[in-house]
Design a protein around this ligand. Structure first.
Ligand code: TXA
Ligand code: MG
Length: 319
């Protein structure tokens, strides 16, 4: 059920139910983050492995502090500048937080999402919301209420309607568990913006990792459409498909040989923010066209282009 009723969402969450919530990044599948039983429902609905911890959401840094979470100086500096916004901080956990939320780690991921309806929801709740992206494990993250409804239907109590997500990529995740802040996931806040505030570069050694994943959800195949997706139009000769059997996802310019009706451009103006906002919708749309393969071209490795490329690589068939 898609609803605009904030009070209904509050009542359902207070009763331990699952409610999908809008954020500026992607829709989240939320439950009471202090209730192990409610959080267990999230894992079940998403079919998510329990070794993959969840992000806790609330409306202010002050509230996280009230719940006993200590936030390092550099994280506070970034929060002052970018929260509410598309950034998640991995910091030492407090005793209030069930082990299921953190998958037994001694750290917890916290975020203040920048969406007016959800900020009001969080303000009125006496607990933080644990919320992963509101998609089944491994599939494309939802950027509108309908995407969530299509995937979960009656399996969840409600989807709070908050319009299309303004950013369209999950938050950037930074860990403050070591001596130096570490980038765990590229996302909706650019590396350039973060490094400008920190005044030095982030440790990127823990980024994209199947072996010893610090962000355990960062398995390399993720966000995948059902139709096989290949990166780089230049490798077209490697496939047997005809141009008419291909869908093309490009940045600014159309492909010269694939029929235009099979093409999706992320931003014909060449704008990274617009491309980010359109990415997951483009993957969904490409899948719905039901052609043999999807070909996607990478963007320049700068600004949000980095995070978009990260998601495209994860969506791709490994060659
Ligand atoms: O934008 C977002 O971050 C969205 C919205 C709903 O807030 N949420 C989201 O959640 O993308 P999810 O569960 O799809 O991705 C969270 C990532 C996972 O890769 C998880 O492994 C990592 O955060 N994570 C969570 N807690 C962690 C922790 N304590 N240490 C390291 N990584 C953690
Ligand atoms: Mg996710």
């Amino acid at each position: 059920m898609i609803t605009k009723d904030l009070q209904l969402a509050i009542d359902l969450l207070m009763a331990g139910k699952l409610v999908a919530i809008p954020t500026e990044t992607v829709y989240g599948l939320a439950a009471n983050g202090f209730s192990g039983a409610a959080v267990a429902e999230i894992f079940q609905a998403k079919n998510r492995p329990q070794f993959n911890p969840l992000i806790l959401h609330s409306n202010s840094i002050a509230r996280f502090k009230e719940w006993g979470i200590e936030i390092p100086e550099e994280a506070l500096l970034l929060a002052e500048k970018f929260s509410p916004g598309p950034i998640t901080f991995v910091v030492p956990k407090s005793e209030l937080i069930p082990d299921l939320v953190t998958a037994g780690h001694n750290s917890v991921a916290i975020r203040i999402p920048n969406h007016p309806l959800t900020l009001e929801l969080l303000r009125q709740l006496p607990f933080p919301l644990a919320a992963p992206s509101a998609n089944k494990s491994g599939s494309i993250s939802p950027t509108q209420a309908k995407d969530v409804e299509d995937q979960f239907g009656d399996e969840i109590a409600a989807v709070l309607e908050g319009g299309p997500c303004a950013i369209g990529l999950e938050s950037t995740i930074i860990s403050f568990m070591g001596n130096h802040p570490k980038l765990l996931r590229l996302g909706g806040l650019s590396l350039e913006a973060i490094e400008e505030i920190l005044g030095n570069s982030l440790d990127q050694t823990k980024l994209i990792n199947n072996e010893n994943p610090e962000a355990p959800g960062m398995l390399s195949r993720h966000y995948a459409p059902i139709t096989p997706l290949y990166i780089n139009a230049a490798s077209l000769h490697l496939t047997e498909a005809k141009f008419s059997e291909m869908v093309y996802i490009g940045f600014k310019l159309p492909h010269t040989q694939i029929p235009l009706s099979n093409q999706i451009l992320l931003s014909s103006a060449g704008n990274y923010a617009e491309a980010a906002q359109n990415l997951f919708g483009a993957l969904r749309q490409a899948d719905k066209m039901q052609h043999k393969i999807i070909i996607a071209d990478l963007l320049p490795e700068e600004n949000l282009g980095r995070a978009i490329n990260d998601r495209l690589r994860r969506a791709a068939v490994k060659q």
